[in-house]
Design a protein around this ligand. Structure first.
Ligand SMILES: [Zn+2]
Length: 382
């Protein structure tokens, strides 16, 4: 079997975006002495550095993306939103929405991040590449059509999904394994039967009361939203069970022509923003499973777009785990693994399994579907 051609989209300007002075994720203000924000994007350059030094980046064709055009962004966003982002950035800083601090370079970085996702989706659809990874910032999945939110300016993955449809793909599946719920992606596609949005996230983390089990889509899109809210402390086995028992049967029922992954790495056990326990092995295993799923259902067409990830020291290893799996290489040697892989939460526990059982029994795309009962491929749904 021929190995797929791989593409790696990144741009130095994405690392120049910086949410400004703060501490953790809170901007400087009463009671907040300046330290550093978690989302310091030069940290992401270290991730690319490790992928390069490891030799894994040699397996990819490196692509310098062009900025997304207004026409691209307007597939998802209203013009006033674009104006607000541009104005906040041009003024040198400030909040472009809700907890969406920008600096002078942010508007350009955000256009490049969205542009990378659009071009990756288009070039994979055109057959130029089989699989792609976009190492971009700012992230996108919280951004709504009319407002920036929580570090996200433009919704990179949502814009890419619409661009893919513009290119002729009818059904697009988005899997979002960022530790936070992708409220922005969900909102864009909530009543759209042609885009399946699946999110695996920490229950109740952010936004509050978003990404609930009962949020399954509306109108013609009923069943095309699927939330897997897992409890804090969830690790490797439960994440893989969520992929095997929920994501895979849902994908077989939906039959996507392209898979997009909102590939945040903030569900790791060393991340300061989440309380989950994933490791480089988890991201390697989930990525491998999704690539196999794309081979089975979507002609191999799959695009990974970076989202959150806030551990300065562990994020590079997590990106390397993902990039290695896309390239069909084994999981990397991980010097940080020993602090995480023995924890009891790495095994599937009863309170985690109950979430999966609820979805298997109740979600419109899974309940009663043969794949949900473990008997293999789908064909219904859509
Ligand atoms: Zn996140």
């Amino acid at each position: 079997m021929n190995a797929p051609d791989l593409a790696w989209y990144s741009h130095e300007m994405c690392f120049w975006h910086d949410p400004g002075p703060g501490s953790g994720y809170v901007p400087v203000g009463p009671g907040v002495e300046p330290l550093r924000q978690f989302a310091v994007d030069p940290d992401l350059r270290r991730a690319q550095g490790l992928v390069e030094v490891s030799g894994v980046l040699d397996r990819y064709t490196r692509v310098t993306p062009a900025p997304a055009s207004d026409e691209d962004l307007l597939l998802v966003h209203v013009p006033e939103h674009i104006d607000r982002v541009e104005a906040a950035s041009a003024s040198g800083g400030g909040d472009a929405g809700v907890y969406a601090q920008v600096n002078y370079h942010s508007a350009q970085a955000a256009r490049l991040a969205a542009g990378a996702a659009v071009q990756a989706a288009e070039q994979v659809l055109d057959g130029r590449f089989g699989r792609a990874y976009c190492l971009v910032r700012p992230p996108g999945h919280h951004a709504e059509p009319d407002r920036a939110m929580a570090l996200c300016l433009y919704n990179n993955v949502a814009v890419a999904a619409r661009a893919a449809q513009r290119r002729g793909a009818r059904r697009v599946m988005i899997l979002d394994w960022d530790v936070h719920h992708g409220n922005g992606i969900q909102r864009v596609f909530y009543d759209d039967p042609d885009v399946l949005y699946v999110s695996i996230h920490q229950d109740g983390l952010f936004p509050a009361a978003s990404g609930l089990l009962r949020e399954t889509g509306a109108g013609a899109g009923t069943g095309s939203t699927l939330n897997v809210p897992l409890p804090p402390g969830t690790g490797h086995d439960a994440y893989l069970a969520a992929v095997g028992r929920i994501v895979e049967p849902a994908a077989r029922a939906f039959r996507p022509e392209l898979i997009l992954v909102a590939a945040g790495v903030d569900a790791s056990g060393h991340d300061p923003m989440g309380r989950m326990l994933c490791t480089s092995r988890t991201f390697h295993a989930m990525t491998s499973a999704l690539c196999r799923l794309a081979d089975e259902l979507a002609g191999g067409r799959i695009v990974f777009v970076h989202e959150g990830g806030y551990s300065a020291w562990y994020q590079p290893m997590l990106v390397l785990g993902t990039a290695s799996a896309i390239a069909g290489l084994p999981a990397p040697q991980d010097p940080f693994l020993h602090a995480l892989d023995h924890l009891p939460g790495q095994r599937l526990q009863r309170h985690q399994a109950r979430v999966l059982e609820h979805l298997e029994a109740r979600h419109p795309l899974l309940a009663g579907h043969p794949a949900a009962a473990g008997t293999g491929g789908g064909g219904a749904g859509g």
